[in-house]
Write a protein that binds this ligand. Structure first.
Ligand SMILES: [Ca+2]
Length: 452
């Protein structure tokens, strides 16, 4: 049982009582990272195949195979480079090949889904940046494994005004439907403000697909709607009257990343990248409004001065619906300079651990932060522990990495295999620079050498 004494310590700032990050006072849990693959640029998706091999998607547009012996094959399984919007070379970018998802019946149908940023489509405003696209491919079983890029079937497209805040994570739910995370559209001002943003923010505007979690049924197309997918009948706005029928939940800023718990009640977890003050994890419920850009973390939001304490704290959305709190929020070092509890600047959502190697983590949510400090590759790893009551706020603890995997760099994404073990996908720099991307497997701490 974790000590409760450190919980709910209120911080007085600008005369407003702010809820604190919930940090366990316990000694950090020690883990290690075992190197699985290196020589990538920025791996963003790790997908275990049923035959014991795995696919790794690199942001620059390639999908590569890790074979049964653990070797990363040189020849890509697929090369989508020519499908992508232009990327910033040797510089920071949020565009590219973002995520892969195997169909729940992959063993039988070999269907595989990919999300990536494509060039701006002709129907989008001329000053928009790119298109977030979800496509389907087939991975023939014949070895060497190869996806023919020409076999693409475009499933869904969302116009993006700016290069950042794509979201772009995809995952199949226990219901067999495909969930898609979409960011608020981005822009230099942040705060859900700018070209392609409405005054109330895309987060609160249910007539657009930006700043949402979407749910679609990819078992067939819908001729009446002219879509390559169907709308699940119980989607919150399925009739299209009060919002786009694809929407499952809303009020989300930049959902990076999204995962279903393999065990328990298969809850949906989303790490929502914050603006300047709070990074958060949300448990997503159907129809839920998660507050952005009216709220950040457990707090209100100051959209004119993002790093300053909030000027107001909205309790309800525009339809009068309650705004749902995250289960975890931690301080962003940009808004809380020098604060020892400002753990990072950009959350990287992970997975609920369901493996065997670390019994202490089972049922708890392992995640990270891109980097503790802007511009330096110093990511962080954490575990958020489920409250004993089952509901409410979770506690957050740093995971201390011991041994040779210590200098893992930026935490770009996570993966999980069929055994529930977790993979950490890293970039040794903050830019798309060749050769610095690695895949690691989360493992128990290496034994500490006895000191004389
Ligand atoms: Ca929120």
């Amino acid at each position: 049982m974790k000590s409760l004494t450190s919980l709910a310590v209120a911080i007085v700032a600008a005369g407003v009582l702010l809820p604190s990050t919930l940090v366990s006072a316990a000694e950090p849990t020690r883990v290690s990272l075992k190197l699985v693959a290196s020589g990538l640029v920025e791996p963003l998706s790790y997908n275990a195949l049923p035959d014991g091999q795995a696919l790794v998607a690199d942001q620059i547009g390639t999908i590569r195979l890790i074979d049964r012996s653990g070797k990363l094959a040189e020849t890509p399984v697929a090369d989508f480079t020519s499908k992508l919007s232009a990327l910033n070379k040797n510089a920071f970018d949020e565009r590219g090949l973002l995520c892969l998802a195997l169909h729940p019946d992959f063993k039988k149908n070999r269907r595989i889904f990919a999300s990536y940023t494509a060039p701006r489509r002709a129907s989008a405003p001329a000053d928009y940046d790119c298109t977030l696209r979800v496509s389907e491919f087939t991975l023939p079983a014949a070895e060497p494994l190869h996806i023919d890029p020409a076999s693409e079937r475009i499933v869904l497209e969302v116009d993006k005004p700016y290069f950042n805040h794509n979201g772009g994570r995809i995952a199949f739910g226990p219901d067999g439907d495909l969930y898609v995370s979409v960011g608020d559209g981005g822009g230099p001002a942040g705060c859900d403000i700018g070209n392609g943003h409405v005054p109330e923010g895309n987060g609160q505007n249910t007539t657009v697909l930006l700043a949402k979690i979407l749910r679609i049924d990819v078992s067939g197309s819908d001729a009446a709607r002219g879509t390559a997918y169907r709308i699940p009948k119980d989607n919150p706005f399925a009739d299209g009257k009060a919002g786009r029928p694809e929407i499952y939940a809303y009020g989300i800023r930049n959902p990076w990343a999204m995962s279903f718990d393999r065990g328990g009640s298969h809850e949906l977890f989303v790490g929502d990248v914050g603006q300047a003050r709070w990074e958060e994890v949300n448990l997503i419920h159907k129809g839920g409004n998660y507050g952005w850009p009216l709220r950040e973390g457990f707090d209100g939001m100051n959209r004119e001065h993002q790093e300053l304490p909030p000027t107001s704290k909205a309790e309800r959305g525009l339809k009068g619906e309650p705004l749902i709190d995250p289960i975890v929020a931690y301080k962003n070092a940009n808004g809380w300079k020098g604060d020892p509890e400002a753990y990072g600047i950009c959350i990287t959502g992970g997975y609920v651990y369901r493996g065997k190697a670390m019994p202490d983590l089972v049922g708890h949510y392992v995640f990270g932060d891109w980097t503790g400090t802007q511009g330096t590759p110093q990511g962080r790893l954490f575990v958020a522990r489920r409250p004993a009551s089952g509901t409410g706020r979770w506690t957050i603890e740093p995971l201390r990495v011991t041994g040779s995997g210590k200098a893992y760099g930026c935490v770009a994404a996570f993966g999980q295999d069929a055994d529930g073990e977790i993979y950490v996908l890293t970039n040794g720099s903050t830019t798309l620079t060749p050769g610095r991307g690695k895949v690691w497997k989360l493992a128990p701490a290496e034994p500490v050498a006895a000191t004389p």
